[in-house]
Design a protein around this ligand. Structure first.
Ligand code: FHN
Length: 427
C-alpha cells in the first residue's frame, strides 16, 4: 500500500516539544541505511517449485511463490550468514554518509534475527548459523563504536505465528510480540523502531486495531521514552507515531512542520535478489537526498545482504560514491541538519535547502554557459555573499525580477551536483 508523508494525524508536527526533543538527532542525521536481511535472504530471490517453474521474489518469496510453511522452514534451517560482518556494514554506511541504521529484526515471515525467547523460529534456534553469535548484538557494538544510531524494523503482520491469523487467539500473538519488543529494547537499546505490516492485506477486518496502535506506542515509550517510532504502528489516519513513511517516493511538495522519511531500495528489491540488475546511480541517490532534505524529510536507503550476510558490491560502490560527494567541499551541509527553507520556490535547476543563515543551492542541471541561475523569492530576504562550496569561486548575485540571478564565475563542477553557499540576511 502506498503511503504518504503527511495526512491527518500520521505524525507529530515538529512543533510538538516532546517529539521535537526526541527526534532532534534523527532530523540532524537525515540519511540512514535500511537493511533487509532475513530467512528470505537465504533463497537469494529465487525458488524452484516442485513442478519445475522458477518463481522470483525477495522478502515476500514465501507468500508470493506459494512456498509451503514446512518447505520454507526447511530452507531456513540451512541459513548460515557466517560472513555477516557488522563492522563492514557500519563502515559501508559511514562511507555512504548514512548516520543511522534500520535492520529488519523480524519481517512478515515472522523469523526473528535475534535469539528471542518467545519462540524457536529465529536465527539462533532455526538455522545453520553459529549459535554463539548474535548479529544484532554485533551490529549494536559496531554502530556504537562508530557513533551511528541503530534502529530495528519490526513487522506486526506475522505469517508464521498461528495466533496472528486467528481472531480468537490474536491476544496471545500480541503478548508474544510485546515480549519480543521488550527483548529488543532491553538487550540492544535501539534508538528507533520502524514498524510495518500494521495492515493485513488479506483480511480487511484487520485485527490490529486503532486501539492496538495507541497501546503499542504507550507500551514502547513506557520502556524507553527516548525511542522514536514510525507511523506504521496502527491505522495511520489515527495513530501518530513520530514520522510519516512515504515508500519508494518523495513527496512532491515540502511537508513543512511534519516529520517524515522516504524509504527506497537501491535496486528493484528490498531483500537480496541475485538477478537484480536495475541499480540507482549515485547521481540519482544524491538528487533524491537533496530533494528530500530540501522538503524537510529524511532518506532511508536500503541494502539487501546476500545469504552469507554480505552487502552486494554494486550497493557498496554506489553508497561510497554518494558518501564521497557528501564529504567533498562540505556539500553534506546541504543535507545534514538542513531542511525546507520556505524563502524560495523550488528551482528548475536543482534544490535549495537551509541551515541557519545559509541557503544551499544544489545545482543538478546547469543552464547554458553564461545563463544565470534564477532563484524566485517567496519572502523578503537578501543574499549577502555567495560562493561555490569548497572553492574560492565567487558567485555573482544580482537582484532580478521576483528574486535573484546567480552567476558562478567558473564552469560547473562535479558530475553529481554543485552546491552554492548563499549567506542570507533572513527577513
Ligand atoms: O511489505 C513490506 C516490504 O517487504 C518492505 O519491507 C517495505 C519497506 O518499507 N515495507 C512493506 C511494503 O510497504
Amino acid at each position: 500500500p502506498a503511503r504518504t508523508a503527511a495526512g491527518p494525524g500520521t505524525n507529530h508536527a515538529t512543533d510538538d516539544p516532546f517529539t521535537a526533543a526526541r527526534t532532534s538527532w534523527w532530523r540532524q542525521d537525515r540519511f540512514g541505511m535500511f537493511i533487509h536481511f532475513g530467512a528470505y535472504s537465504n533463497l537469494e530471490g529465487e525458488y524452484t517449485r516442485p513442478d519445475g517453474t522458477v518463481c522470483r521474489n525477495a522478502e515476500w518469496i514465501e507468500r508470493e511463490c506459494g512456498i509451503p510453511a514446512a518447505e520454507y522452514e526447511k530452507q531456513a534451517a540451512t541459513f548460515d550468514p557466517s560472513a555477516f560482518d557488522a563492522e563492514a556494514i557500519v563502515r559501508a554506511a559511514k562511507d555512504a554518509g548514512q548516520r543511522y541504521l534500520v535492520i529488519t529484526a523480524k519481517h512478515h515471515d515472522g523469523y526473528a534475527m535475534w535469539p528471542t525467547k518467545q519462540n524457536t523460529w529465529n536465527l539462533r534456534d532455526h538455522s545453520a548459523f553459529d549459535p554463539h553469535r548474535d548479529i544484532l548484538a554485533e551490529l549494536k557494538k559496531a554502530a556504537d563504536a562508530a557513533g551511528i544510531k541503530l534502529g530495528f524494523y519490526y513487522s506486526i503482520w506475522d505469517w508464521h505465528d498461528p495466533d496472528f491469523a486467528d481472531p480468537a487467539t490474536f491476544p496471545r500473538y500480541k503478548q508474544r510480540m510485546y515480549g519480543q519488543l521488550k527483548e529488543l529494547i532491553d538487550n540492544y537499546d535501539p534508538a528507533l523502531l520502524w514498524f510495518d505490516g500494521e495492515w493485513d492485506a488479506e483480511r480487511p477486518a484487520n485485527r490490529w486495531s486503532r486501539r492496538d496502535g495507541a497501546d503499542l506506542q504507550a507500551y514502547l515509550h513506557g520502556l524507553n521514552p527516548r525511542l522514536i517510532v514510525n507511523n506504521r504502528v496502527g491505522k495511520r489516519e489515527v495513530v501518530d507515531g513520530d514520522f510519516g513513511t512515504p515508500e519508494q517516493e518523495i513527496p512532491a511538495e515540502p511537508v513543512d512542520g511534519q516529520l517524515w522519511e522516504s524509504c527506497m531500495t537501491l535496486n528493484d528489491h528490498w531483500g537480496f535478489a541475485r538477478y537484480d540488475t536495475h541499480w540507482k546511480s549515485p547521481a540519482t541517490v544524491v538528487r533524491n537526498l537533496l530533494d528530500v532534505a530540501s522538503r524537510g524529510g529524511n532518506y532511508l536507503l536500503n541494502v539487501g545482504p546476500d545469504k552469507y550476510g554480505r552487502i552486494p558490491q554494486p550497493s557498496v560502490d554506489r553508497l561510497r560514491e554518494t558518501g564521497r560527494w557528501l564529504a567533498a567541499h562540505g556539500q553534506g551541509d546541504a543535507v545534514y541538519g538542513a531542511g525546507y527553507t520556505g524563502l524560495v520556490a523550488a528551482p528548475p535547476w536543482g534544490t535549495v535547502s537551509r541551515r541557519g543563515d545559509v541557503l544551499y543551492a544544489a545545482v543538478t542541471s546547469w543552464p547554458a554557459a553564461g545563463t544565470p541561475l534564477h532563484l524566485t523569492a517567496r519572502a523578503p530576504f537578501d543574499i549577502t555573499s555567495a560562493r561555490v562550496a569548497g572553492s574560492s569561486q565567487r558567485v555573482r548575485v544580482a537582484r532580478s525580477g521576483d528574486g535573484f540571478d546567480l552567476t558562478p564565475s567558473g564552469a560547473a563542477t562535479g558530475p553529481l551536483a554543485s552546491v552554492l553557499r548563499l549567506t542570507i540576511e533572513p527577513p
